[in-house]
Design a protein around this ligand. Structure first.
Ligand SMILES: [Zn+2]
Length: 406
């Protein structure tokens, strides 16, 4: 019995490694100061130009000549006065990040040297990818497929020139870098370039490295991952830095303030306004217009953890129902607040979470993919009403900060 629990705990840890590591920790919010001064609420829209706000990222508070690089995708026709609600409900940018790996970054190879490829594992991974893609393409949803070094090399050499990642790009999806250690970012990038012929611009997977660094080293670990990525031309990062639930150390380090005016996370599960973390001055919480990296935040994997359960063997309607509540909250935010900045909401899964098993031992379960289908059908209804725009992570970053994608 005890052994079973240990094994479960181990599997849980492995599965959570990508985006959520310390569920058992408290939120760290309890003692946080929550009494802002009457003037400044430390957010864009409070009428005070302070903190990371400046005329570019918060014209509502910072009156100054407003010329270039306004973060606005809805700037067509005469604009309403800054800071006041728009008449039209602005659309929500919707994205789906797929961590394209199984438990073992060398898979579909048998081990880290990336020498012996297991064709059954490769086939199951490919079936999972094409199974998910089929659902996305049915609704025009664009995936951001984040690939680790072993999967990139394995699947591209297994399939040859017309490999799956080429097909995904041709279908309008994005193929991006994923690494669980900062030192693996380069390998994932090089394998995508050299084995797949793909030049990625988006990077991901920083949180495990940040967790290993502990709270005292978290800022520096994040800065190292950002600078390693930028050196390769990777200027967009998808992470889950939303506060709440002790998901990462930044809630506490940043006093729940990341970027500008990201005050919606309790309802929506993510920070809807992408920002340029100030790695230059050692503070990723703050926005710095000089920063070259844009962080696009997605919801944490908590929606997959039903009360009393561990990581699901296969995602079902019950899981997606929890996700839908956060998505609805994001739509409601757009309706009530009508921000004049690009706002995005996205979620993440692994390719293996549709019944393939942690090591891609099985093909995906059609029933599980059908649950994804039903959720995306709901999202597509909102897109048909003009409330949602489907985009990849780099398309969102480019919409917010034109020119950020090389
Ligand atoms: Zn991962």
């Amino acid at each position: 019995m005890k052994r079973v629990s240990l094994v479960l705990a181990f599997l849980l840890t492995l599965s959570l490694a990508c985006s959520l590591t310390s569920l058992s920790e408290g939120t760290g919010e309890d003692g946080a100061p929550s009494t802002p001064s009457p003037q400044s609420e430390k957010r864009c829209g409070d009428g005070v130009c302070d903190g990371p706000e400046n005329p570019q990222n918060c014209p509502a508070d910072c009156t100054a000549p407003v010329e270039e690089a306004q973060p606005s995708a809805t700037a067509t026709g005469p604009e309403p006065p800054s800071g006041e609600p728009q008449e039209e409900i602005p659309p929500l940018y919707f994205f789906y990040v797929i961590h394209t790996h199984a438990q073992g970054d060398w898979l579909p190879y048998e081990g880290p040297p990336l020498l012996d490829l297991n064709p059954t594992t490769a086939d199951n991974m490919l079936l999972a990818i094409t199974g998910i893609q089929e659902v996305l393409d049915r609704y025009g949803v664009k995936g951001t497929w984040e690939v680790v070094f072993g999967t990139a090399k394995g699947l591209c050499s297994y399939q040859g020139p017309n490999h799956i990642f080429r097909q995904l790009e041709d279908a309008g999806h994005e193929v991006a870098v994923h690494a669980h250690r900062t030192e693996d970012i380069d390998d994932a990038y090089q394998n995508l370039v050299n084995d797949c012929g793909i030049i990625p611009v988006t990077t991901s997977g920083f949180i495990p490295e940040v967790e290993r660094a502990g709270p005292a080293g978290a800022q520096q670990a994040m800065i190292d991952a950002i600078q390693t990525s930028l050196a390769l031309g990777l200027t967009v990062g998808t992470e889950n830095l939303s506060p709440g639930g002790g998901k990462n150390p930044f809630a506490e380090l940043c006093d729940n303030q990341l970027g500008v005016a990201n005050d919606m996370w309790e309802q929506t599960g993510n920070l809807m306004f992408p920002w340029r973390p100030d790695y230059i001055n050692g503070n990723i919480c703050a926005d710095n217009p000089a920063g070259q990296m844009v962080l696009v935040d997605h919801v944490s994997i908590e929606w997959k953890l039903l009360p009393g359960e561990g990581v699901p063997q296969a995602l079902s309607d019950e899981h997606f129902e929890r996700l839908r509540l956060m998505f609805d909250a994001a739509l409601e935010y757009m309706e009530t607040r009508r921000p004049d900045r690009v706002a995005a909401w996205g979620f993440v899964t692994h390719i293996t979470e549709y019944g393939s098993g942690g090591k891609a031992q099985h093909p995906p379960d059609p029933a599980s993919l059908a649950a994804l289908d039903r959720f995306l059908a709901y999202v597509a209804e909102k897109a048909a009403e003009g409330r949602v725009v489907f985009a990849t992570a780099s398309e969102i970053a480019e919409a917010v900060y034109p020119g950020v994608v090389p």
